[in-house]
Design a binder for this molecule. Structure first.
Ligand SMILES: Cc1cc2nc3c(=O)[nH]c(=O)nc-3n(C[C@H](O)[C@H](O)[C@H](O)COP(=O)(O)OP(=O)(O)OC[C@H]3O[C@@H](n4cnc5c(N)ncnc54)[C@H](O)[C@@H]3O)c2cc1C
Length: 183
């Protein structure tokens, strides 16, 4: 199953939610896995390998009608130099966030908290001749960020990525990124 759509930045709609960013690309790899890109706040700084909190508004409260943000941690798959932010996402059956998130479309908004954190960053990695990145499923995201970071190849002579998935469909994240999306 493949759906692919893209949008140019001059068609991005004005932001309405606080901390909102606009979805610029969505691609569904399988029934349980997809990737998307959102605009990057101009003031946002992060280190390759870090994660942020992203989400959508939850269902309206039955009495008050108020909607609270439904946020989850997501690793940024883009390197620190990228102008947009890419994420890989699971679709958890009945998952509070991903049962909604899997329906996002280009031009939609999602909430992105700019504060990024994480320890899978160059400052925490010891220099070595060879670096192994062992990843599973969407856990490839921080490694994808580091693999797109030139500093990685200054620090290590050889970088080996392993990506273990429940089925071959899920391994498309990196196989397809390698041919089309890797920048
Ligand atoms: C530091 C950090 C980084 C993360 N980065 C990502 C990311 O880049 N992409 C992503 O899809 N998720 C990521 N997650 C998981 C994410 O925060 C949510 O759990 C996920 O989006 C599902 O949200 P949900 O509300 O639908 O279901 P939840 O109620 O949050 O999860 C329900 C159950 O689904 C399973 N599950 C959740 N996420 C995954 C997953 N990615 N792979 C396999 N099983 C899972 C777990 O068993 C979990 O208990 C990360 C989590 C952490 C702590």
């Amino acid at each position: 199953m493949t759906e692919y759509s893209t949008v140019t930045l001059d068609t991005v709609i004005p932001l309405i939610l606080p901390d909102a960013q606009t979805v610029t690309e969505v691609e569904h790899y399988t029934d349980s896995l997809f990737r998307f890109r959102v605009t990057r706040p101009s003031s946002m700084r992060f280190r390759s390998g870090e994660f942020v909190m992203i989400g959508l508004l939850g269902d309206p409260h039955p009495d008050t009608g108020k909607q609270k943000p439904l946020l989850r941690a997501y690793s940024i798959a883009s390197p620190a130099w990228d102008e947009t932010l890419q994420f890989y996402s699971i679709k958890v059956e009945n998952g509070p966030l991903t049962s909604k998130l899997q329906h996002i479309k280009v031009g939609d908004q999602l909430i992105l908290k700019q504060k990024s954190v994480g320890t899978l960053v160059h400052d925490a990695l010891t220099r070595a001749n060879r670096m192994w990145f062992f990843s599973t499923g969407t856990g490839i995201a921080p490694f994808a960020s580091l693999l797109r970071e030139p500093e990685t190849y200054e620090r290590f002579n050889q970088v080996v990525l392993t990506h273990t998935c429940r089925d071959s469909g899920r391994s498309q994240i990196w196989r397809r990124a390698d041919s089309r999306d890797q920048k």
